[in-house]
Design a protein around this ligand. Structure first.
Ligand code: ADP
Length: 248
């Protein structure tokens, strides 16, 4: 059966002065897929993410999530509906342990009070679900380590865990592999695939071999416009896509 769209944009546009950083972009992201947004620098990918999460308001066009027009909602409401961007809540507290970081994210999600020092028992109630999340991202062996001491790749995995604490239906990942070495890339790619088993993922990523391996569908932006869309085999042979990449 064809997957239903979870998110769609119609002619999404934002102009800064006279310059359209995102220009009439219509995307369809299907439920349960890994969808990549790629394109050369300055193509409008980050701006697109900012529009989807309402960090920026579009000049025109609309955003539909699960059949509902969410264009005029505020950022917090969009997160509450289940669209969460990885860095949104990914402030990692370096002096707290890895487990404590996830516990705080869970507490926040469940609306628990922040003055958790008052009740050790209330705090402990989050230990088990926090541990489950750490196992989910392969960090269970690091639970007691201060987060600041995590190697870079593991820190990014912790960001994913704190994001998952919000239980999003749709995860927006902004360059999840940036700055990683080979081993961390492989680990993060496996994690993205794992997370996508019951969630939809939209990611901006420059590592095209991983994009090719992970993505069900790829949208290519260039100069604010949607240039091509399809699986990797089709977009990588598209002359316009080749030109956009070579031309920068
Ligand atoms: P990408 O993420 O694909 O590299 P961006 O979305 O960051 O591209 O930027 C797209 C274009 O929009 C760039 O030319 C950038 O300079 C411009 N841009 C982004 N944000 C603003 C802004 N707030 N004001 C003016 N121009 C902006």
């Amino acid at each position: 059966m064809e997957a239903e769209p979870i998110l769609a944009t119609r002619n999404l546009t934002i102009a800064f002065g006279g310059f359209r950083a995102v220009d009439g972009v219509s995307l369809i992201i299907k439920q349960g897929t890994i969808h990549a947004l790629i394109g050369p620098n300055g193509a409008g990918k980050t701006t697109c993410f900012n529009l989807l999460t309402k960090f920026l308001a579009p000049t025109s066009g609309s955003i539909i999530y699960k059949g509902r027009d969410i264009t005029s909602l505020r950022a917090a409401d969009i997160a509450r509906l289940g669209i969460v961007r990885s860095f949104q809540i990914s402030a990692v507290f370096p002096h707290l342990t890895v487990l404590e970081n996830v516990r705080i994210a869970l507490q926040r999600q469940r609306g628990a009070s922040f003055d958790f020092w008052r009740s050790e028992r209330a705090l402990k109630a989050f230990d088990k679900p926090a541990m489950v999340l750490l196992e989910d991202v392969g960090l269970e062996d690091f639970a007691g380590l201060p987060a600041g001491q995590l190697p870079y790749g593991r820190k990014r995995a912790l960001e994913v865990a704190t994001t998952l604490a919000l239980d999003p239906d749709m995860l927006l990942l902004d360059e999840p592999l940036a700055g990683m070495g080979h081993e961390d890339i492989q680990r993060m790619a496996a994690l993205i695939r794992h997370v996508a088993a019951n969630r939809t993922i939209l990611m901006v990523e420059h590592n095209l071999s991983v994009v090719a391996a992970l993505s069900d569908r790829i949208s290519v932006l260039a100069r604010g416009r949607l240039l091509a869309e399809g699986d990797y085999a089709s977009i990588s042979q598209d002359p316009q896509v080749i030109e956009a990449y070579l031309g920068t």
